[in-house]
Design a protein around this ligand. Structure first.
Ligand code: ZN
Length: 304
């Protein structure tokens, strides 16, 4: 696992439509100093009011996507796929300049953000990196969702989903994030939605930018996208992607094994809240220099 904090080497740009807002947005991902964390700065609001840290304390809504906001009432929607890419690439510090209310959906996965970071390059900073070391198990339940974490030397996720749809049905995946597993197996998995829910969502002001270009559409018996799925179990892979992004709102990589059933943004955040609420359950862990324990600890770096 990388022992130094890291940022992007140079500014890189992307643009696209917001999945829920339907607004065209442009984003530039820029380097940031050690200790800065991940922040978004809205450039379309009054000067001095647009900066929003992407951390748990600033989550203001997590019903359909993860929305962060600040005390000026400025919000940024759908940060989770960008956060997953930053986690997966081991980026601690970055500033995303954004000219609208939502991170661009791109293709509905984290792969375009991974490519963006690869294009920027990764710069190691001369400051030690910290992880959160879990010290005892934490479990939360919320409706049908259950998610827990147990102490471990590396970050891993075991995720199960069950939908009342023959297209998804029951899917389960365990992943240890070693050897680029996030980039290859999780980042390309796209978000998904049910066609018969789209009208209701749009009336409520959501999914206004959703299309076949940025989401998997599910009809009663089939996937409607012309090119089909990227993985047979793309749905559970995307849920893992969301979980990686949501848990990175902790502000550091977490050394724990995550076991989740039917979890989503709200329960993922609840898990972090439960951990932070019990100060005996975790501790900061400074990642030792010269550590090259290949498998386990490298895996954590890959998972963020
Ligand atoms: Zn998602």
């Amino acid at each position: 696992m990388r022992a130094s904090q890291a940022t992007v080497e140079r500014a890189v740009h992307c643009s696209g439509i917001g999945l829920h807002s339907g607004v065209d947005v442009a984003m530039s991902l820029q380097p940031a100093p050690p200790g800065h964390g991940i922040r978004v700065r809205r450039t379309d609001v009054a000067p001095g009011t647009g900066e929003v840290p992407c951390d748990l304390a600033h989550v203001v809504n997590d019903r359909l996507s993860t929305v962060v906001g600040n005390s000026h009432g400025v919000t940024v929607a759908t940060v989770e796929h960008l956060m997953a890419a930053l986690a997966g690439m081991g980026i601690d510090n970055a500033l995303a300049m954004l000219d609208g209310p939502e991170i661009p959906a791109m293709d509905g996965s984290a792969a375009p953000f991974v490519e963006l970071i690869e294009r920027a390059g990764i710069e190691e900073q001369d400051t030690p990196r910290r992880a959160i070391r879990l010290r005892k198990p934490v479990t939360v339940r919320r409706g049908e969702a259950c998610i827990s974490m147990t102490p471990a030397d590396a970050f891993s996720i075991d995720f199960r989903i069950e939908f009342d749809s023959p297209v998804i049905a029951r899917q389960e995946m365990s992943i240890a994030f070693a050897n680029g597993a996030f980039v290859d197996d999780i980042a390309p998995a796209r978000t998904f939605g049910f066609i018969d829910e789209v009208d209701r969502l749009r009336e409520a002001g959501f999914a206004l930018g959703a299309s076949e270009d940025n989401a998997i559409g599910i009809d009663r018996q089939r996937v409607v996208n012309r090119d089909g799925l990227r993985f047979d179990d793309e749905f559970v892979r995307h849920k893992i992607l969301d979980c990686v992004g949501d848990l990175y709102l902790a502000g550091a990589p977490i050394l724990a094994r995550i076991v989740a059933a039917r979890s989503g943004h709200a329960a993922n955040h609840d898990l972090l809240r439960a951990m932070f609420a019990d100060e005996d359950s975790w501790a900061w862990y400074e990642i030792p220099r010269g550590e090259n324990g290949a498998g386990a600890l490298t895996a954590v770096a890959a998972a963020g």
